[in-house]
Design a protein around this ligand. Structure first.
Ligand SMILES: C[S@@+](CC[C@H](N)C(=O)[O-])C[C@H]1O[C@@H](n2cnc3c(N)ncnc32)[C@H](O)[C@@H]1O
Length: 336
């Protein structure tokens, strides 16, 4: 059996920072990997991630990571909620979201999802990860009866404020997608999610189960999001930095936001990359029938570094125009 001294481990991972940590060993060994099973109880999940990275590199044990990851979901979600609360404060006044134009009547939706989802008049629509609700409220303006859900209480408070001001009839719920069954009843004609969503979710099987649960028989699920290939790249699109596969949580500390890189906020964030096999199979395994799958070499948003706008209004990576897929859309139908 391999063993590792905890003092040595901490010294290697965090020279000079051992005071931040408290560690206990709860049982002797984890049979499959034949190393001691450690229960790590840290002040910040990012510290746990670093420890796991170290253990993984030392013992070449991919599975070890997931054991720790499972334990720390609440820590990841709490940090992400805080990050999105901070971002909401920046986003509401940004030119990127242009709330004033939205309030004056401009839709926040793009041609891609408007055409992809199709007419919504008279239909019920559940919007997962709705941020502060501009897309949700745009669907309301298109005639749907809408419910928006988001983890960030600041985003949901702002969404409710805008809804009241515009006298629209949306319902907004502050909930983790994974806890939605406890916070929402009923089924919907359409479940919708878009642009920057599933990367915040570690487990797509569980996510697809939620999607399926809230879809009426015959109902439609639609997602438009950034392409898994894009999430492999560093933030200048100059090198492959992240795994294509969902091998580990991506723990990062960032400053600013995609609406304003200089915004005075600092965020601790946890995200996950999902290959297409994982995305598609999560939906297929729920019995949903995929009726549309499209990939696009552009983004409707200028939300990454190093993009250039084309004559069609879409944003492409400077010097790599058309070479890398930037987004995709999937439509799936629940059997009657
Ligand atoms: C990039 S935004 C969604 C983009 C949206 N199309 C927009 O720009 O208005 C991602 C949203 O996901 C939410 N989110 C992250 N993790 C979540 C979770 N586990 N459950 C529910 N919402 C979550 C965040 O609070 C954030 O508002």
């Amino acid at each position: 059996m391999q063993t590792i001294g905890l003092t040595e481990l901490l010294r290697l991972c965090f020279p000079g920072k051992n005071h931040l940590l408290s560690v206990k060993i709860i049982s002797a060994d984890w049979r499959r990997c034949r190393i001691p099973w450690l229960s790590l109880d840290f002040k910040s999940p990012s510290i746990c991630v670093k420890i796991c990275d170290y253990l993984r590199a030392s013992f070449k044990l991919l599975n070890l990571y997931f054991c720790f990851m499972e334990k720390d979901y609440p820590g990841y979600f709490t940090a992400n909620k805080e990050a999105w609360n901070k971002r909401t404060g920046v986003h509401k006044d940004s030119a990127f979201y242009d709330l004033a134009a939205f309030k004056a009547g401009k839709t926040a939706l793009n041609k891609i999802e408007l055409e992809g989802v199709g007419p919504v008049k008279g239909k019920s629509l559940l919007h997962l990860q709705c941020h502060f609700g501009m897309d949700t409220l745009s669907w309301a303006r298109e005639g749907a009866t809408v419910t928006g859900v988001d983890l960030s209480d600041a985003a949901i408070a702002l969404a409710n404020e805008i809804n009241d001001e515009l006298q629209l009839d949306a319902r907004f719920i502050c909930s983790n997608v994974y806890d939605l069954k406890e916070n929402l009843q009923g089924q919907f004609d359409i479940v919708f999610t878009s642009y920057g969503t599933i990367g915040w979710l570690p487990d797509l099987d569980k996510w697809a189960g939620i999607v399926n649960h809230f879809l009426k028989p015959g109902g439609t699920f639609y997602i438009a999001d950034f392409h898994p290939a894009l999430w492999m790249m560093d933030d200048r699109f100059s090198t492959i930095k992240y795994d294509y596969f969902n091998t580990s949580v991506i723990a990062e500390e960032n400053t600013g936001s995609y609406t304003d890189r200089e915004a005075p906020i600092r965020t601790e964030e946890y995200s996950w990359n999902h290959p297409f096999s994982e995305i598609l199979m999560s939906l297929i395994n729920q019995g949903l029938t995929i009726t549309l799958f499209e990939e696009y070499p552009y983004s409707p948003y200028n939300c990454f570094n190093n993009l250039e706008q084309g004559a069609d209004g879409m944003w492409r990576i400077k010097g790599m125009e058309g070479k890398l897929p930037m987004m995709y859309a999937i439509k799936a139908v629940k059997k009657i």
